[in-house]
Design a binder for this molecule. Structure first.
Ligand code: PLP
Length: 388
């Protein structure tokens, strides 16, 4: 047996373990200081009541002989896929239930979709980026080219016609930068993908944080996207499902490459390697898309967005450059005094007992930047900002 050399050669993911080590050392040396965490990428508010009720009812159904269920539908229960279609109809995006695939969150599907693509494809990724896009392709040994996020382009890189790519990752609203593409900018990416017969893998996990109604919340709001894009979305951040686990992937019927339907191939892949999300979880997810569910989850989103507003207000008053925070739960700030990302991390920890995430952990172009998130509790945000 020989191990996949690409997995062996992966760099270890040290970002969050190094942060943990530094915080532990700080606490040991400085006494049990109350270290405030603005680096947290996990949600802190509980599930909406309507979701809890739906899941409790589903548990009761599973415990009664007449309503017990075993394996579910291969693509996910129809009631949930219909609820997702209804949600997209409100965005003026028409989808059929056969185009929706329910999964256990976006991370798995973003990695698993690569089963459909040959290893000799070239992949285009923004730098800085959500690291999963890079590592999952490195595991397969694919060639990766990067487009750079910079202060000048507000961390929204656009297609470079000199670069040839087959698979393109876009994340909007973006993790880590919180930047959001406009319709015109996404149209440029769709046109580029169509000209190159490429596929866009569009990560819309933070779409509900968009406050400006002119900004697109789905790639399918863009002309031609159904011929070139797969969309990945998740209830993790929008409805507090990071621990419950549920998301969905949209593979349009129009998506054809090498004469094959990607929708049919993804169904073939999923029905071979995946046996679905629990009935209880899917009932909870469907409740998110009910009128009451949308209202209750919106309250949580507005809580996080108020946190983000407090962060950006403080950065404004300090004259610090940043993007994000207005239509996303992430704020991407420039480190003061030309510090590197880790220098600023150490400085903030030792002088203010506050932590965030060093931008260099998201790619070389993240060096000199720092990610703050709005997922902490309000009192921690306020206390941290006072110390800033
Ligand atoms: N995509 C992005 C950009 C994310 O930031 C995250 C989680 O942090 C995910 C995907 C994964 O989310 P999930 O919990 O649905 O697997």
């Amino acid at each position: 047996m020989r191990i996949n050399e690409h997995v062996l050669n992966l760099e270890s993911s040290y970002l969050f373990s190094l942060i943990g080590q530094k915080v532990n050392k700080h606490k040991l040396e400085r006494g049990n200081q109350n270290v405030l965490n603005l680096g947290i990428g996990d949600v802190t508010l509980p599930l909406a009541p309507v979701v809890v009720e739906a899941m409790a009812n589903a548990v009761a159904e599973m415990g009664a002989p007449d309503s017990f269920r075993g394996y579910g539908d291969e693509q996910g229960y129809l009631f949930l896929r219909q609820a997702v279609c209804g949600y997209y109809r409100k965005k003026n995006v028409e989808l059929s239930e056969q185009e929706i695939f329910i999964g256990d969150g976006a991370k798995s599907d973003l990695g698993n979709i690569l089963d459909l693509f040959s290893k000799d494809n070239t992949v285009l990724i923004s730098d800085p980026t959500y690291p999963v896009y890079v590592d999952t392709n490195k595991m397969d040994g694919r060639n990766i080219v990067y487009v750079e996020g910079t202060v000048e382009n507000h961390f929204l890189p656009l297609p470079d016609r000199n670069l040839q790519a087959d698979i393109i990752y876009l994340c909007s609203p973006n993790n880590p930068t919180g930047a959001v593409y406009t319709k015109e900018q996404l149209q440029m990416w769709v046109d580029y993908a169509l000209d190159n017969s490429a596929i866009i893998l569009f990560d819309s996990c933070y779409e509900r944080f968009i406050q400006n109604r002119d900004l697109p919340t789905s790639i399918y709001e863009i002309n031609g996207a159904k011929e070139c894009a797969i969309e990945f979305c998740s209830l993790s951040k929008t409805a507090g499902f990071t621990g419950v686990r549920c998301g969905y992937t949209i593979v349009p019927k129009e998506l054809i490459r090498d004469g094959a339907s990607l929708n049919a191939l993804w169904l073939r892949r999923q029905s071979t390697k995946f046996n679905g999300v629990s009935y209880i979880t899917q009932r909870g997810a469907a409740a998110v898309f009910s009128d009451q569910g949308l209202l209750q989850t919106e309250e949580n989103i507005q809580y996080y967005m108020e946190n983000a507003r407090l962060i950006t207000q403080r950065l404004d008053s300090l004259g610090i450059w940043y993007v994000g925070g207005v239509n996303a739960p992430y704020v991407w700030m420039k480190c003061p005094d030309d510090m590197t990302s880790w220098e600023y991390f150490d400085h903030l920890l030792s002088s203010a007992h506050v932590i965030g995430t060093p931008g260099s952990g998201f790619g070389s172009k993240g060096e000199g930047f720092f990610r703050l998130t709005s997922f902490a509790r309000r009192r921690d945000i306020i206390a941290a900002l006072e110390r800033f």
